[in-house]
Design a binder for this molecule. Structure first.
Ligand code: ACO
Ligand code: LMR
Length: 260
């Protein structure tokens, strides 16, 4: 007799039951042998779509530009701290990934969401900024701790320059650049940042809003692994913060009163 079991999960992206995985139906080896690359696999697994050569080139560039930004940023610093405490790769990299959030690296999804909202609703920049101030808070994708009009972010210039050199419509990117004109004039570090730039470009390519943070997470994982291996290679010692880096603002030592 046949027993019918209700499936526990439902997948729509991949199938490993044959002799190799199929991504959205396409066998991995066939993708390789027909010249497809990692960005195409991302397109299949994140958006169930065989992206064009041009889209793949843009995604490759986004990944190359955001793979790492030195040891001082929240993610790399957390991974390095963990590596020096003797933590293994997957946990140390996870510690770095946990830092990716609304202020650092994880503003891509929300930047895409709000730039798209503005474009869909035909808002002008003033209306958008007023709306964001009232309802959302800091504009995701705008602002940088160290980059500014005087110290521009070459990664952003590179990506914008490349995308604008192609013959494609980029309404979100155009809007984001208009936002930057106004915000950076108010305060010179309120530039369009890496998160905001990749968000606008990826929305213009049609990637789903919910996938957008994935582009930063994936790319930066390359750097985080590098930082972990780098510390291992150097056999780095445990890190302990120096007292002089801390403002001890707790009450002065005092006598504990008798227990009542
Ligand atoms: N929108 C509106 N105002 C902003 C924004 C923003 N995105 N960012 C900063 N400000 C304002 C603040 O309200 C504050 O104003 P005030 O001086 O009148 O109080 C002032 O600028 C300074 O703000 P801080 O948070 O101290 O600035 P900081 O340099 O520390 O912030 C940060 C950098 C965290 C990136 C900030 O700009 C921000 O939250 N941006 C939005 C999130 C984002 O896009 N993060 C990704 C950064 S890129 C990356 O991580 C790869
Ligand atoms: C990054 O790519 O990590 C950043 O732009 C954040 C930073 O502070 O440099």
């Amino acid at each position: 007799d046949e027993v019918i079991v209700t499936p526990l999960i439902r997948t729509t992206i991949s199938d490993d039951r044959g002799d190799e995985p199929c991504y959205d139906g396409y066998p991995a080896s066939e993708l390789i042998n027909k010249g497809y690359e990692i960005p195409h696999v991302i397109g299949l697994l994140w958006d169930k779509r065989l992206i064009s050569k041009q889209e793949a080139e843009i995604i490759k560039r986004i990944m190359m530009l955001s793979a790492d930004h030195g040891p001082c940023v929240s993610g790399a610093y957390a991974t390095i701290l963990a590596a020096c405490a003797g933590i293994g790769m997957s946990q140390a990299v996870a510690a770095g990934l946990i830092m990716i959030g609304p202020r650092f690296g994880g503003a891509v999804t929300d930047a895409g969401r709000w730039f798209k909202y503005a474009v869909d609703n035909k808002m002008n920049v003033d209306e958008f900024l007023a709306y964001m101030k009232k309802n959302v808070g800091p504009v995701p994708g705008i602002g940088h701790r160290v980059k500014s009009l005087r110290n521009p972010d070459k990664r952003v210039k590179e990506l914008v320059g490349y995308v604008k050199s192609l013959n494609i419509k980029t309404p979100c990117l155009d809007f984001a650049l208009e936002v930057e004109k106004i915000t950076a004039a108010k305060k010179d570090n309120l530039i369009l940042n890496v998160d905001g730039t990749m968000a606008a470009v990826l929305v213009d390519l049609g990637f789903p809003i919910d996938s957008l943070n994935g582009f930063f997470i994936l790319s930066r994982t390359i750097g985080l692994i590098g930082h972990w291996v780098d510390q291992k290679r150097q056999d780095s010692r445990l890190i302990r913060l120096f007292d002089y880096l801390v403002n001890y603002a707790a009450p002065k030592r005092r006598e504990v009163p008798p227990l009542k």
